[in-house]
Design a protein around this ligand. Structure first.
Ligand code: NAD
Length: 343
């Protein structure tokens, strides 16, 4: 029997114990008082329920531990919770891990996305292009990355029209999942949208990623490792600005379309490490010297993409989105959060 007898819209969020999901769920529950969230997460090394403490007792929130690749489980969840929409974050997400052991990326990112799409198709559609009456508005939002577009030189930007050219097992597996999502719209008429976002930063990100690594190593008095010459450029977006973009695409995006989300905020890795060290010198000074003295260059990542940058005109012009947090403010909030965690 469905358990949402109180007529709440029930959204299945996958990977909600990860970095972006655990920022998104509290924001989404707060914004929509008629929504119930079912968070399905396998709790890999990247999932952390501590980051969802603030909502764990919310009666519009249900946590389920499980794997998106488990087809029987997915069918049961759709039926038991009358799932009316999906926002799909779950993925293996760290490029370095995908270089060392790609298998889990192929499994979760490709097979897992396929399993969820099948679950949604079976539960929402009577037949191809014929949604069941009560699921006419049921939508599948796939969260993806700008890394599917490959690498840029010094000029130009990724847009929704940029041909896919993934370079790492991570980005290749995300590209494959994007194509599966696209195919379920074109073949079966499933109501899908996809958003491809640039690098996020903010509280709750796993220690393995660049900005948390810089802060953690700095605070521990260890060498702060920077790949290659530190000149690789990424377009950085504060995680809550991404969450607001996801909300807009999920609620107002056009079916079958994709939306690129980015912060017009390009920085190379060396700039970032120096800025963070400067913030730490001010907020949490060492007894002697600057954190900058800990910066150390290490051998470059294999196949390291040179530059990512997004032209976010479509989501800005069509959905009225814009990044609200400037980089300095966002970095300060992030550094403060990690200082608190380290105590
Ligand atoms: P994350 O690695 O922090 O979290 C991933 C979550 O998915 C974890 O909680 C993990 O336990 C869960 N998970 C992994 N495999 C699973 C499985 N088989 N079944 C169920 N749950 C599983 O990732 P993130 O940084 O929060 O990224 C979320 C999504 O956003 C990903 O799809 C990623 O590709 C995309 N994205 C991330 C960024 C970024 O900068 N972090 C940028 C653009 C897009």
């Amino acid at each position: 029997m469905p358990d949402n007898s109180n007529n709440l819209n029930t959204t299945l969020i996958t990977g909600g114990a990860g970095f972006i999901g655990s920022n998104f769920i509290p924001f989404f529950l707060e914004k929509y008082s008629d929504t119930h969230v079912v968070n399905l997460d396998k709790l890999t090394y990247a999932g952390n329920l501590e980051h969802l403490k603030e909502i764990e007792n919310n009666n519009r929130y249900t946590f389920l531990e499980g794997d998106i690749c488990d087809a029987d489980l997915i069918t049961t969840i759709f039926e038991k919770h009358s799932i009316g929409s999906v926002i799909h974050f779950a993925a293996e997400s760290h490029v370095d891990n995908s270089i060392a052991s790609p298998d889990a990326f192929i499994q979760t990112n490709i097979h897992g996305t396929f399993t969820l799409l099948e679950g949604a198709k079976k539960y929402w559609l009577e037949a191809p292009n014929r949604p069941k009456k009560s699921f006419k508005a049921a939508r599948f939002h796939h969260i993806s990355t700008d890394e599917v577009y490959g690498s840029l030189g010094h000029e130009g930007y990724f847009t929704e029209e940029t041909p896919y050219a993934p370079n790492s097992p991570y980005s290749a597996s995300k590209a494959a999942s994007d194509f599966l999502v696209r195919s379920y719209y074109h073949t079966y008429g499933l109501n899908v949208v996809t958003s491809n976002c640039s690098n996020n930063y903010g509280p709750k990100q796993h220690n393995e990623k660049l900005i948390p690594t810089i802060i953690r190593k700095a605070l521990a008095g260890e060498k702060i490792p920077i790949y290659g010459d530190g000149k690789n450029i990424r377009d950085w977006l504060y995680v809550l600005d991404h969450c607001k973009g996801i909300d807009l695409v999920f609620n107002q995006g056009k079916t079958g379309e994709t939306y690129a989300i980015g912060g017009d905020n390009e920085h190379n890795n060396l700039d970032i490490v120096r800025t963070i060290c400067g913030i730490l010198d001010e907020l949490y000074p060492k007894k002697t010297g600057s954190y900058k003295e800990q910066i150390a260059f290490v051998e470059d990542r294999l196949g390291h993409d040179m530059r990512y940058a997004i032209d976010a005109s479509k989501i800005k012009n069509k959905l009225g989105w814009q990044a609200e947090t400037n980089f300095e403010t966002g970095l300060r909030k992030t550094v403060l959060w990690y200082i608190e965690q380290s105590k």
